[in-house]
Design a protein around this ligand. Sequence first.
Ligand SMILES: Nc1ncnc2c1ncn2[C@@H]1O[C@H](COP(=O)(O)OP(=O)(O)OP(=O)(O)O)[C@@H](O)[C@H]1O
Length: 247
Amino acid sequence: MIHIEHVSKKYKKADNYSLSDLSLFIDEKEIFGLLGPNGAGKTTLISILCSLIKPTSGSFSIKGLTYKEHKNQLKQLIGIVPQEYALYPSLTAFENLKYFGSMYGLKGKSLDEKIHNSLDHLGLVKFAHKKIDTFSGGMKRRVNLIASILHNPKVLFLDEPTVGVDVQSKNVIIEFLQELNKNGTTIIYTSHHLNEAETFCTRVAIIDHGKLIVKGKPKELINNNPGAHNLEDVFISLTGKALRDHA
Ligand SMILES: Nc1ncnc2c1ncn2[C@@H]1O[C@H](COP(=O)(O)OP(=O)(O)OP(=O)(O)O)[C@@H](O)[C@H]1O
């Protein structure tokens, strides 16, 4: 479904490559976790796959389609949940979602119903007509998620969807994503929550310094790393304990 071949990325004026010769195949209906320390290249990879930025070299396709040749088809096929909220604070949740739906050509009763059902699913229906600037971080993240799935994408990319939210919001988000996956959506997400990834993902890839370090099913990675009891042990054994601060 997603073929990534020898993708590298060097940002303008950057000294180093943020991604280096990365190849990966993600199958249909997977829940695939991109894991790695700060600055590993996770957001860069997701941004390339969503066509927000271009790779310096290498290529990729999604369901055999490339942005060069099938831009409009891919726009309908994928959904993107960015790290930052992309919502209008002075509009209500419903108004925001009507706007995002209209960007995909959706309108009328079917759009209203989809919005209502999604808000209901994510515990937000009673806040539908409240302005976004009154929402907590966890509520905004849930609205952001709905905005990205109104057009029923077959592939959903999420950049740290559960960062900075409480356990309740996190559980509702994860359950919602599992439901989407059951109904046929392939999910690719980045996370620092290794416990979450261990149970949520069918497979994960650990990236460090822009390179693919290892990929596989969480259980297999744990079993293949002597002394590892969980994914965090695997992560630390492969990426080390050193801090990744830089400015
Ligand atoms: N626009 C940019 N210009 C120059 N360098 C960038 C730019 N965006 C990211 N980088 C660099 O690319 C590397 C990878 O960054 P990226 O944001 O992809 O990592 P990440 O794994 O998503 O990190 P985090 O977990 O902190 O979100 C980092 O060294 C970062 O400083």
